[in-house]
Design a protein around this ligand. Structure first.
Ligand SMILES: Nc1nc2c(c(=O)[nH]1)N[C@H]1C(S)=C(S)[C@@H](COP(=O)(O)OP(=O)(O)OC[C@H]3O[C@@H](n4cnc5c(=O)[nH]c(N)nc54)[C@H](O)[C@@H]3O)O[C@H]1N2
Ligand SMILES: Nc1nc2c(c(=O)[nH]1)N[C@H]1C(S)=C(S)[C@@H](COP(=O)(O)OP(=O)(O)OC[C@H]3O[C@@H](n4cnc5c(=O)[nH]c(N)nc54)[C@H](O)[C@@H]3O)O[C@H]1N2
Ligand code: SF4
Ligand SMILES: [Mo]
Length: 749
């Protein structure tokens, strides 16, 4: 191969289009560049995409054959037929004994690979599995739930076109979260007509570009945002006419906000009240405000209430459904949708009784669902494309939970911290060795979708996830050739006949649940260039055209059934990514429940009305640790090779120069960080970006790989050795990873 091949970066949700040039060996990524033909990123990448060879070819602990754990704990290689039949037999046995719902599904995709997860529901149905979760349930479920209550549809921020960008616990300069983030941030900073407001205890790269940096005390956003909302009311900055037209429940909100002690709350947050007032007035004056909250508040005290208050601030100033504000997006999958049951109603997890939001059990209750003698406890786990032993709170407890299960199956490309506790490890093709796609498509007014084609062949012995799911479903005996035959016959008549035949199958509820594998084994086999994994996208394209007919038509795909077919063809052949929908800003109102916003959420307003003073941390915990910061060379645990980092190779602990001086610490000195849950040793990096009393550890460190001599090397500290499963949000169970009480001790080298 001597041609540049289009694909995408897989290291954050933006999935920028890239092009890869392979070396003479046909495997190494000799050169990588941004793909100018990609409709969202248009040639943009950050520094990380250029290091992707370390994911594909680095020292990663790649697994290339199914593995089975022996009684002595060592792994032995087995063939696929043995692996599939043994796993099937054990899952069926567990299902017979305790019910299929005792097998818990976790994961289904990282930052760039969601196609496999689209086939997992068939495996779940085949074995009677009911409960599932993924990383979304340790970050976004509070936002989803509040969005469902207020709008009935998830919304996102149009930062690119906003006059004022408002970032709450979000550092887009490093973490991105919207296309071409660094370019857009610099454009806003340069433009005297636009402004940026940042709530962050750290002077991040984003905060440095901001007009207003409200450098609050960690964990006090609930007070600061209450004060900002109250200032809007006090200073008559509320868009009353717009609110009357588009919202309900203003009176209840006003009643609570009028009682907020503004000065006191600014003092609790430790931000100068004049700065808070100036920022609030700037925001209220703007024609458009786009607000992005993220982990700094979603993994922090009062996270769900903060999600609510943040939305109130931009709603009270009329910032929805107009350019540069917030919009309800289209998409090929229903990410972020929830039914919005009032607190205390809706589905619950079987042991802890925790609320299931958006179909996901809160990550922080998973160990409680396992480490118990409750008869409904989970007995087995099927883990795909995620590394929960490393990424979820309280790694030690997570390890104990996995060890106590009767069966753990892990589907991954590498021997991860989680895979090392599995009974079976099933090796997947990497994201450059198969057809792959992401459902994180939230762009507006043009939303895009990118089906990436393989860049290089997969080694013998690995399979793409759709094939793994198909084999498991078939081994379970729930689908046979008899199910495929009529659909294949219909395909010979053409796609229209196939669509009719497929609709017929969907009428049988039990077969409908197996639809992904039915499509894969029938339509999939007819797709060109081995694109069978795209079969699910045929159904997704039809759904998209049915749900958003006007938007799909505006994007040029026509109307009716034909629109779905044409959209699918465009996806299949558009190797650089394509525009799937074109929206008017007004379209947002059609997507909201009753075309209106519900401003008042009684349970959450009650919290705002009765906020207690923050508790002082006990004196043995003089610091607040934010465990898991995004930096220039972090990418969750997707790249395992430590050599991928050009900077910060061990992952320093950042702290204020004043605290470092008081402890007599110089840059690089080793310290021990201790929390209620554990301790780790790390070198320090004093920096005036940090407030006194605040510590920050990076995300994604503490992975071990085997080096050239066969020894295990671990680089940096794993943040979740320090976090607790029960430090979590009272509404939706998301963790408080950015607020971990901690102590520091010097370590004598
Ligand atoms: N480089 C890089 N980019 C990534 C990722 C990665 O691993 N590396 N991961 C991706 C993923 S999965 C996600 S979810 C996103 C997350 O993206 P972000 O949420 O932007 O990332 P974080 O750095 O975890 O947290 C954001 C900010 O919260 C601040 N913060 C800490 N405590 C508080 C507080 O009490 N209040 C407020 N207001 N802020 C606080 C931190 O100082 C930090 O600047 O990033 C994505 N992008
Ligand atoms: N303390 C603390 N913990 C955190 C965070 C934090 O800020 N602080 N951030 C959290 C956040 S926001 C997130 S999103 C999670 C992420 O945590 P996880 O959801 O566990 O995901 P990743 O770390 O991205 O791991 C992805 C896994 O997929 C594997 N993989 C890569 N490509 C493929 C493939 O093609 N197929 C298969 N089957 N596997 C593949 C990788 O080897 C890796 O094991 O971490 C969370 N954990
Ligand atoms: S890590 Fe950088 S290059 Fe990769 S998708 Fe995210 S923003 Fe784009
Ligand atoms: Mo995330």
């Amino acid at each position: 191969m001597t041609e540049w091949q289009p694909t995408a970066c897989i290291l954050c949700e933006c999935n920028c289009g890239i092009q890869v040039l392979l070396g003479p060996d046909g495997r190494s990524f000799e050169k990588i560049r941004g793909d100018k033909l990609h409709p969202a990123s248009a040639g943009y990448t950050c520094n990380k995409a250029l290091r992707l060879d370390h994911y594909q070819n680095g020292r990663t602990g790649r697994v290339t054959t199914p593995l089975r754990r022996r009684a002595d704990g060592e792994y032995e290689e087995i063939d696929w037929d043995t692996a599939i039949s043994e796993i099937t037999a054990r899952m069926r046995e567990i299902g017979l004994r305790y019910g299929g719902e005792s097998i818990f599904y976790y994961g289904g995709g990282g930052q760039g690979n969601h196609l496999g997860g689209a086939y997992a529901p068939a495996t779940m149905a085949a074995f009677g599995m009911k409960y599932r979760s993924s990383a979304l349930a340790q970050e976004k479920t509070g936002d989803f739930w509040v969005g469902a209550r207020m709008f009935g549809h998830p919304v996102r921020a149009d930062v690119e076109h906003a006059e004022v960008a408002f970032f709450i616990g979000k550092n887009p300069y490093q973490s991105h979260g919207f296309p071409r983030a660094r370019t857009v941030l610099k454009e806003i900073a340069k433009d005297p007509e636009r402004a940026m407001i940042v709530l962050d205890p750290v002077r991040t790269e984003t905060a440095e570009l901001a007009d207003f940096h409200l450098q609050l005390r960690p964990g006090t956003d609930v007070y600061l945002l209450s004060a900002m909302a109250a200032i809007l009311l006090r200073d008559n900055l509320i868009e009353t006419a717009w609110l009357d037209e588009h919202t309900r429940g203003l009176d209840e909100v006003v009643a609570v906000l009028s009682g907020v002690p503004i000065e006191k709350y600014c003092a609790i947050a430790d931000v100068d009240i004049d700065l808070v007032v100036a920022a609030t007035h700037r925001l209220a004056r703007a024609k458009s405000v786009a607000a992005l909250e993220d982990l700094g508040v979603q993994m922090n005290r009062h996270s769900t209430v903060v999600s609510y208050l943040e939305k109130l601030v931009w709603l009270l100033t009329g910032n929805l459904g107009k350019p540069g504000t917030q919009y309800a997006f289209t998409g090929m999958a229903a990410i972020g949708h929830d039914r919005g049951h009032p607190a205390g109603e809706g589905p619950r997890s079987p042991v802890a009784g925790a609320p299931i939001i958006s179909g996901l059990v809160p990550c922080n209750v998973i160990t409680e669902e396992i480490l118990t003698d409750h008869p409904a406890r989970y007995r087995a786990m099927f883990i795909e494309s995620s590394n929960p032993v490393h990424s979820l709170a309280d790694s030690a407890r997570m390890r104990a939970a996995l060890e106590s299960l009767e069966l753990v199956v892990v589907v991954d490309v590498a021997m991860t911290e989680t895979a090392r506790l599995a009974d079976y490890v099933l090796p997947a093709a990497t994201q450059f060795e198969k057809y792959e796609a992401t459902f994180f498509n939230f762009d507006f007014p043009h939303n895009i979708f990118h089906l990436r084609h393989p860049v290089l062949p997969a080694p013998d012995g690995v399979l793409a996830e759709p094939e793994i799911h198909a084999r498991l479903v078939e081994a379970a005996g729930v689908l046979t050739e008899d199910d495929y035959r009529p659909l294949r016959a219909a395909l010979e008549q053409g796609r229209e006949a196939f669509a009719m035949a497929f609709l017929g199958v969907l009428a049988d509820r039990n077969k409908a649940k197996l639809a992904p594998v039915l499509l894969y084994r029938t339509l999939g086999e007819t797709l060109p260039n081995g694109a069978a994994a795209a079969a699910m996208l045929w159904a997704a394209a039809y759904n998209c055209a049915r749900k958003f007919p006007a938007s799909v038509e505006r994007a040029g795909y026509g109307t009716g059934l034909e629109a779905g077919e044409r959209l699918f063809e465009a996806i299949l052949t558009g190797a650089h990514g394509i525009v799937i929908t074109e929206d008017d800003y007004d379209e947002t109102w059609n997507r909201l429940r009753d075309n209106k916003v519900q401003l008042s959420i009684a349970e959450l307003l009650q919290v705002v009305a009765t906020l207690p003073e923050p508790d002082a941390e006990a004196s043995q915990w003089p610091f607040v640790l934010s465990a898991g910061e995004r930096r220039s060379f972090t990418a969750n645990t997707i790249v395992r090779d430590p050599l991928w980092r050009k900077r910060d190779s061990v992952g320093t602990l950042r702290m204020s120069p004043a605290d470092a001086e008081e402890m007599g610490l110089a840059p690089g000195d080793l310290v021990r960080v201790t929390t209620k849950r554990g301790s780790v040793e790390v070198p320090v990096e004093p920096t005036d970006r940090m407030r006194p009393g605040h510590l920050s550890l990076p995300n994604g460190f503490g992975l071990s790989v085997t080096d050239a001599s066969g020894a295990q090397v671990t680089t940096g500290a794993a943040p979740n050795e320090l976090t607790e499963f029960d430090s979590r949000d009272e509404w939706v169970g998301t963790p408080w990873h950015k607020y971990v009480p901690a102590r520091l001790d010097t370590v004598n080298a």
